[in-house]
Design a protein around this ligand. Structure first.
Ligand SMILES: [Zn+2]
Length: 284
């Protein structure tokens, strides 16, 4: 999750060349439409390209798994009563998933009423704590040292909307109706993008690696409970939007921008999709 200062628009425009349309990032965010290029499914295929070590992102579009493919960009019709039951069953509250299900999400251009509502659900890993020379602990998914959320507490400047640990607990840094930026790409686009992206940080420790600035990631990268809760958060945010949000990996967004990030590492789209299928099945 390294925090980075935004590049100036001028630097990016110069790098794009004078004849190139003013889009941003490999997936081509367009300021006119407040969206990346293509249909919502095509955008997801670009934004979910696999993230490899050192933040190298697969060139090939991701193959969308079935549950996500049937949901992204489509109207969301789940019952809020059922969703509230699922939140309670997960040991969470509406406050713990980013605010009331009756509230809309943030809007673009810093909650400008004329801008569209958030469309993107950005998946991060915290890359912390870094255990340096120690091995990952056997109890990585439950250990307090790895999973404590208080290190991310910040009353005004938390780096994401929601932090999710490997036990399935959350810390809400900003409610989902608060416009908040957490990627280099958003900084490059400018304030117009502020509010179009919902940011979820998943706790993932790292350890020292001589040639990887953020260190080695564990395998598997995330716990099954984390996938279950992330899927629930995705349904919550999409329900508030009224439309299946486009999921995105931070590194795929920032690809091609200098000093971009390498997260999330070892993220299984198949495991996330399976978890999402279970959440959806609970809505019937
Ligand atoms: Zn990130």
């Amino acid at each position: 999750m390294r925090y980075l200062l935004p590049l100036s628009l001028l630097v990016f425009a110069a790098a794009s060349g004078p004849t190139t349309a003013a889009t941003f990032g490999k997936c081509k965010f367009d300021k006119q439409s407040f969206a990346f290029a293509g249909t919502p499914a095509e955008q997801a295929s670009c934004l979910l390209r696999k993230v490899k070590i050192l933040g190298n992102v697969d060139a090939a579009p991701a193959q969308l798994p079935a549950n996500l493919a049937g949901f992204i960009g489509k109207p969301v019709t789940v019952s809020k009563a059922k969703l509230r039951q699922a939140i309670t069953a997960a040991g969470l509250t509406e406050a713990g998933v980013g605010g009331s299900l009756d509230d809309p999400l943030s809007r673009g251009n810093t909650n400008n009423p004329n801008a569209p509502q958030a469309r993107y659900f950005v998946i991060h890993d915290t890359s912390t704590p870094n255990l340096v020379n120690e091995p990952f602990p056997a109890d990585i998914d439950t250990s307090n040292r790895v999973n404590r959320l208080d290190r991310y507490h910040d009353a005004t400047d938390a780096k994401a909307h929601i932090f999710l640990n490997r036990k399935g607990e959350t810390y809400v840094g900003h409610k989902l109706n608060v416009p908040w930026r957490a990627t280099k790409l958003e900084g490059t686009i400018g304030t117009l993008s502020r509010g179009m992206f919902i940011h979820i940080e998943n706790i993932q420790p790292r350890r020292k690696h001589p040639s990887q600035p953020d260190g080695n990631a564990p395998t598997p990268g995330f716990s099954s409970t984390q996938y279950d809760r992330l899927a629930l958060l995705y349904l919550v945010a999409s329900t508030r939007a009224g439309t299946g949000l486009v999921p995105a990996f931070h590194a795929a967004m920032d690809e091609g921008i200098s000093n971009g990030h390498d997260d999330p590492q070892n993220f299984s789209l198949a495991d996330f999709d399976a978890a999402f299928g279970r959440v959806l099945a609970g809505m019937n």
